[in-house]
Design a protein around this ligand. Structure first.
Ligand SMILES: CC(C)(COP(=O)(O)OP(=O)(O)OC[C@H]1O[C@@H](n2cnc3c(N)ncnc32)[C@H](O)[C@@H]1OP(=O)(O)O)[C@@H](O)C(=O)NCCC(=O)NCCS
Length: 161
């Protein structure tokens, strides 16, 4: 994967999405810790850097640096959106949709036909976002999450070949 900026049309001025670099990890872990009760550690992101089948993307604001990130796993024609988060003060303004669009573009480029994700059943904003991008409910994993214990909704987007 080349370390190039993917400055697709439609992104707000001063914001772009590019592959995660080692120096981004501290900021990404800070966002991860704000967003999730059992956050991944820096060592997890370091271990994923450069691995086959992993896409790590960051959303960069020219003034504020890393404001969001996403993690995509790809195995043959299936993918899993493992993580997607924005820093707290940049949520609710549509940026999650821009980041998700980049993830979906990368998934398609890598030949993914089915993209799965799990989301906390109470996470209405994320569920709305995924629905807007064509994800559909395909199942429930009971008590999948800890702290607090909660079901996961399993959602699936299917790309035409
Ligand atoms: C989930 C997340 C990435 C969404 O990004 P965002 O930029 O905040 O989302 P948006 O502003 O585009 O809102 C997404 C949709 O949810 C709707 N929405 C916003 N707030 C909502 C709320 N409190 N309840 C229900 N729906 C809501 C919006 O109306 C929007 O739908 P629309 O485009 O039809 O208007 C972001 O909020 C985040 O980082 N959350 C914490 C981490 C997280 O939960 N990640 C997902 C884990 S699976």
């Amino acid at each position: 994967m080349g370390d190039v900026t993917t400055d697709a049309p439609g992104l707000p001025h001063g914001i772009h999405v590019r592959p995660l670099r080692r120096e981004d990890i501290e900021a990404v872990v800070a966002i991860e810790s704000e967003a999730f009760t059992t956050p991944w550690q820096a060592s997890t992101f370091e271990g994923l850097l450069g691995r086959d089948g992993i896409e790590l993307l960051v959303m960069i604001d020219v003034d504020d640096g890393v404001i969001g990130y996403a993690v995509l796993w790809v195995i043959l024609d299936q993918g899993e959106l493992a993580n997607l988060a924005l820093t707290t003060n940049r949520r609710g303004a549509g940026l999650g949709g821009h980041l998700l669009r980049h993830v979906l573009d990368r998934a398609r480029e890598r030949g993914v036909e089915k993209l799965f994700l799990e989301v906390r059943a109470s996470n209405a904003r994320a569920i709305d976002l995924y629905r807007n991008f064509g994800f559909e409910d395909v199942g429930i994993r009971r008590a999948y999450y800890e702290s607090p214990k909660e079901d996961a909704r399993v959602m699936l987007a299917t790309f035409g070949s």
